[in-house]
Design a binder for this molecule. Structure first.
Ligand code: DGT
Ligand code: CA
Ligand code: CA
Ligand code: ZN
Length: 571
C-alpha cells in the first residue's frame, strides 16, 4: 500500500478528531473520517492523482480533495488543519486514543481540569478528582484506567501488518544489491506474532558492507542507531527499529534458525543438541568435542541432524512443538494457498468503500472458489440497513453470480448480537441468506455472565454459521469482552457454529492462544478478511499466520473446504 495514502489518511483522521474534540460539526467530522478511510485503503497511490482524480475516490468531495492536493504540493497541513491543531494541545488528542474516552469527555477534562496528557489523567484519577465532573463517575474512572493499561501493554510494539509492509519493502530493496545470495525477514515477524518489537532482516552474502551502507541510506531510514560489519540497526521514519545482519552463505540456515527465535524455542533446541553431545549456535550445529561443523547451510539440515522435522516458524514458541516433532505429531498446518474463499466482507452498501462489483472482481482475482458478501444488518443503526436494501443487493449478487464463472457468490449478512443474544431479523428472514455471521458490536461492558449467555444464544440460532471477531478486541485500543470463552467454545462445537479468525491486523480475533484453547473442544474456524475495501482482501494472510500459531490444519478451517463440504456445514 502506498505510503502517501497512509500519510493522507492520518492527516484527515487527525482533522476529524480535532473537529470532534472541539465540539465542531459532527457531520463534518464523520465526512473527514470516511474520506480518511477511503484514501487509506485506495488501491492506487494518491500522490499520482490531481484534484479531479482524488474526487473519484468514494467520500472525497471538492473541499477534501483541495486540502489533499495542497498537502501533497507543499508537504504542510492546510491552514484549516493548522488552526484546529493550534486550538488544543497534542496531549488532548492522545487522551481520545484511550478506549472508553470519547472526544467530549477529553475536552471536558482539558477545560475543567487542565488535563492534557495520560500521566496527568492518571494522577487525577488517583486523586479522585474526576468523580465530581458532570458525566464522570467511578465506573468511568475504572474504564479509563483499564483503557490506559491496554494502551500501555501495546507499548511501542507495532501491528504485524504495518511491520510486514516495511519488511517486505526492505527485503525487496536489499535483494537487488549485487552479491545478495539470500535475503529474508526473521524474528517475531517470521513467526507471525500479532505485534512486532523490531524487524530482523537477514542477508546471506560474502561481503556485508554494501548491505549495511544501503540500509543506512534507504529513503525511509530516519536514523542510524548502530553501524557495524555484522549488524546495523536503523530507525524508520515511522519509528520502527530494523536490525540487519549479514551472514556468510555457508551459515545461513544456522543464522536463520537462531534469529527466527523464539528465544524460548532456541533454548529448547540448544538443550536438545547438548543432550546429543552437540553445540548449536547462530554459526552452526557442531560436534561438542571435535568442533566439527555438522550442519549450518539450511534450517532443514539443522533440524534433521537434531532428529526433528523442519518446524514451521509460527509453531516456534515453546508450546510443545519440540515434543510433538519428536513424536512425529506436528500438525500439517494450513497455508494461505489452502484458503478457498472469504466468508465475511463488506461493500459500500454499508461501511465498505468499494462497490459490490469491485469487491467481487478483486476476490475473483485471488482465485477463490467462493466468496460471501456480508454487509451489516439494521441494528447497527449507523449503517441504515433495511430489508429492501439487502434484498435488492441479493438480486445483484445473484445476477453477478451468473457472470462470475468459477467463483460461487454467497449472499450473507453480518448480524449484530444484541445485549440479550437476539439478532436483527426474525429467523424466517435469516433462513433465506446463504450465510449469517453474527458479531458483538455494542454493549461491550456487560457482566461476564450476561456476555457469555448472549454469545451462546447467538451460537444456538440455527441460521448463525459463524461468530465474527469473537472477543471484539482491537489490539492496543480495546480489550476483548469479558466472557467465559470455554463455555462459548463448547457451545460452538455443540451447535456446529464456526469461530472466526478475523484477519484484520488490528483484530486478529480469535488470537493464537484462544485458538489453541478452542480447538480442544473440536470447534471449526473460519479465517476471514472482514474486508471493507479491495485492498483488505489480502489480510487473510495474517489470519492464516494466526491460525498457524494456533496449530490449525485444513480440516479445522471451513473455508479451506471444497464447496460441497462447506455447503453441508452451512446447512
Ligand atoms: P520482538 O522483536 O520483540 O517482536 O521479538 P523477536 O522474537 O523478534 O526478538 P528479537 O528481535 O529480540 O530477537 C530476534 C531473535 O533472535 C529471537 O527471536 C531469538 C534470537 N535471540 C535474540 N537474543 C537472544 C538470546 O539472548 N538468546 C537466544 N537464545 N536467542 C536470542
Ligand atoms: Ca524482532
Ligand atoms: Ca531484533
Ligand atoms: Zn463486525
Amino acid at each position: 500500500m502506498a505510503r502517501t495514502n497512509e500519510e493522507v489518511e492520518a492527516l484527515l483522521q487527525e482533522y476529524a478528531d480535532l473537529i470532534a474534540i472541539t465540539g465542531g460539526d459532527a457531520f463534518k467530522a464523520r465526512a473527514y473520517e470516511k474520506a480518511a478511510r477511503a484514501i487509506g485503503s485506495h488501491p492506487a497511490d494518491v500522490a499520482q492523482l490531481d484534484a479531479k482524480g482524488l474526487r473519484e475516490i468514494p467520500h472525497v468531495g471538492r473541499s477534501i480533495a483541495d486540502k489533499v492536493v495542497e498537502y501533497l504540493h507543499t508537504g504542510h497541513a492546510p491552514p484549516d488543519i493548522e488552526t484546529a491543531r493550534a486550538s488544543i494541545p497534542a496531549g488532548v488528542r492522545e487522551l481520545i486514543s484511550i478506549p472508553g474516552l470519547g472526544p467530549h469527555k477529553a475536552m471536558a477534562l482539558y477545560q475543567e481540569l487542565g488535563i492534557s496528557s495520560v500521566p496527568q489523567l492518571q494522577d487525577a484519577i488517583q486523586g479522585e478528582r474526576l468523580r465530581d465532573l458532570k458525566g464522570f463517575g467511578e465506573r468511568t474512572e475504572q474504564n479509563i484506567l483499564h483503557g490506559i493499561s491496554v494502551l500501555q501493554q501495546a507499548g511501542s510494539r507495532i501491528l504485524l501488518g504495518a511491520a510486514m509492509d516495511v519488511a517486505e519493502q526492505i527485503v525487496s530493496d536489499l535483494s537487488r544489491i549485487p552479491g545478495c545470495v539470500r535475503c529474508t525477514y526473521a524474528g517475531s515477524l517470521r513467526r507471525m506474532r500479532e505485534t512486532i518489537g523490531d524487524i530482523d532482516i537477514l542477508v546471506a552474502a560474502d561481503r556485508s558492507e554494501p548491505f549495511m551502507t544501503a540500509l543506512a541510506g534507504l529513503p525511509y531510514t530516519a536514523e542510524v542507531i548502530a553501524h557495524g560489519a555484522k549488524k546495523t540497526s536503523i530507525r524508520t521514519t515511522t519509528g520502527l527499529q530494523v536490525d540487519l545482519r549479514v551472514l556468510p552463505p555457508a551459515s545461513w540456515g544456522a543464522g536463520l534458525q537462531y534469529f527466527t527465535g523464539s528465544k524460548a524455542h532456541n533454548i529448547r533446541t540448544r538443550a536438545l543438541a547438548v543432550r546429543q553431545g552437540l553445540k548449536l549456535s547462530e554459526y552452526g550445529l557442531f560436534d561438542a568435542e571435535s568442533g566439527e561443523n555438522l550442519a549450518s547451510e539450511t534450517e532443514e539440515e539443522i533440524y534433521a541432524r537434531l532428529g526433528l522435522p523442519w518446524i514451521p516458524p509460527p509453531l516456534r514458541e515453546d508450546r510443545g512443538e519440540i515434543a510433538a516433532a519428536l513424536r512425529g505429531e506436528l500438525p500439517a498446518l494450513l497455508t494461505e494457498r489452502d484458503i478457498k474463499g472469504d466468508l465475511h466482507t463488506h461493500t459500500d452498501l454499508t461501511d465498505g468503500v468499494a462497490s459490490l462489483e469491485d469487491m467481487v472482481a478483486a476476490a475473483a482475482e485471488r482465485g477463490y472458489a467462493y466468496y460471501a458478501v456480508t454487509d451489516h444488518a439494521p441494528d447497527l443503526a449507523m449503517q441504515r440497513m433495511t430489508r429492501e436494501k439487502i434484498l435488492a443487493q441479493r438480486e445483484q449478487v445473484r445476477a453477478l453470480d451468473r457472470t462470475a464463472r468459477g467463483m460461487r457468490l454467497l449472499h450473507g449478512t453480518e448480524l449484530n448480537i444484541g445485549p440479550d443474544g437476539g439478532l436483527d431479523w426474525p429467523d424466517a428472514f435469516l433462513a433465506d441468506f446463504d450465510l449469517c455471521v453474527a458479531s458483538v458490536h455494542s454493549h461491550f461492558s456487560q457482566s461476564r455472565q450476561a456476555m457469555t449467555r448472549r454469545i451462546i444464544r447467538a451460537c444456538e440460532n440455527p441460521y448463525v454459521a459463524v461468530i465474527g471477531h469473537p472477543t471484539t478486541r482491537r489490539i492496543g485500543k480495546r480489550p476483548g469482552v469479558d466472557a467465559d470463552f470455554d463455555a462459548i467454545f463448547e457451545a460452538c462445537a455443540r451447535t456446529g457454529t464456526a469461530l472466526e479468525i478475523n484477519a484484520h491486523p488490528e483484530r486478529l480475533d480469535l488470537c493464537d492462544e484462544d485458538i489453541l484453547r478452542a480447538r480442544r473442544y473440536g470447534v471449526k474456524f473460519a479465517v476471514n478478511s472482514d474486508a471493507h475495501a479491495t485492498t483488505h482482501l489480502p489480510y487473510v494472510r495474517y489470519g492464516v499466520g494466526t491460525a498457524q500459531r494456533g496449530w490449525l490444519t485444513k480440516d479445522d478451517v471451513v473455508n479451506t473446504w471444497p464447496w460441497s463440504r462447506l455447503h453441508r456445514f452451512l446447512n
